[in-house]
Design a protein around this ligand. Structure first.
Ligand code: PMP
Length: 271
């Protein structure tokens, strides 16, 4: 690997030989071509997407939708399954509230793991508090792997959702998500994957994982802060109500009620 040209690609690092940045798992530095693309957007294309019939707005919308197509290809998904959010945290909250709040009840269980990031845990705490569902966790072995021998006892018909981190931000462990998803499907549970650390490091094909949701943060994978993605299986998204309400996610609006656009727009309220 040519470290000199690699360092040159990152303006913040280039020309600072003393600077060694090893915190990319928290947030990555941004390459010149990403910064240039952002700059070009604001100088040449900036307009509100999906809001105007004038040429600039149409061009901005096309660029936005091209980004959606590329993300879909990157994840092995369909375009209509890609929802733009702020980050993994918002993606996990979207699933917990838009799916969990409406589908969980007392007696149901949410199965997580003992290595979840707070973003994969706290949204479930909040929704469990509102629905009466209970949270259980797959324990860890001494080597920091998931103790899958516990899965057969934990995965009962009561489990309605299994929410698991693909790659741990603390341990680096890569979890066997496809295997877990297969077992979760046998009891009819929904599978949510926190891909914040795996999407930057592993080839990901969401269909091969057998999950229903996959969340990632652009800022951990050379992209700008404030742009993340939630992939959701279309049949599941179609059956869900919105998370946030506002412009762009509606079909019809009256003073006292509204109807909602199909996914992914249903989940992309506001600009
Ligand atoms: N999940 C994992 C595994 C993470 O490492 C992180 C970031 N440390 C998050 C979720 C949350 O990401 P964000 O702050 O971009 O929402």
């Amino acid at each position: 690997m040519d470290f000199t040209s690699l360092r040159e690609a990152f303006p913040l690092i280039a020309g600072r030989p003393g600077l060694v940045y090893l915190d990319s798992a928290a947030t990555s530095q941004k390459p010149k071509r990403v910064l240039e693309a952002l700059d070009r957007y604001y100088k040449e294309l900036n307009a509100n997407v999906h809001r105007g019939a004038y040429r600039l707005s149409v061009a901005a919308t096309e660029a936005y939708e091209e980004a959606r197509r590329r993300i879909a290809r990157f994840l092995g998904a369909e375009e209509r399954e890609i929802i733009f959010v702020r980050n993994t945290t918002e993606a996990m909250n979207l699933v917990a509230y838009a799916w969990g709040l409406r589908n969980l009840k007392e007696g149901d269980e949410i199965l997580v793991t003992e290595m979840e990031h707070h973003a994969g845990l706290v949204p479930w705490h909040l929704v469990a508090g509102l629905t009466g569902a209970r949270i259980r966790a797959i324990p860890l072995t001494e080597e920091g792997r998931l103790d899958l021998s516990a899965l057969d006892t934990l995965l009962t018909e009561r489990v309605k959702v299994v929410s698991v981190v693909h790659m741990s931000n603390v341990l680096g462990t890569i979890n066997p998500v496809a295997e877990i998803a297969k077992k979760a499907k046998e009891v009819g549970a929904l599978v949510v994957v926190d891909g914040a650390q795996s999407a930057p490091h592993l080839p990901v094909n969401v269909k091969a994982l057998g999950a229903d949701f996959f969340a990632l943060s652009g800022h951990k994978m050379l992209g700008p802060t404030g742009a993340g993605v939630l992939w959701g299986r279309y049949e599941v998204l179609e059956g869900m109500g919105p998370f946030l309400g506002g412009g762009e996610m509606i079909r019809e609006v009256h003073v006292d009620r509204s109807t909602y656009a199909p996914p992914p727009q249903r989940f992309e309220a506001g600009t």
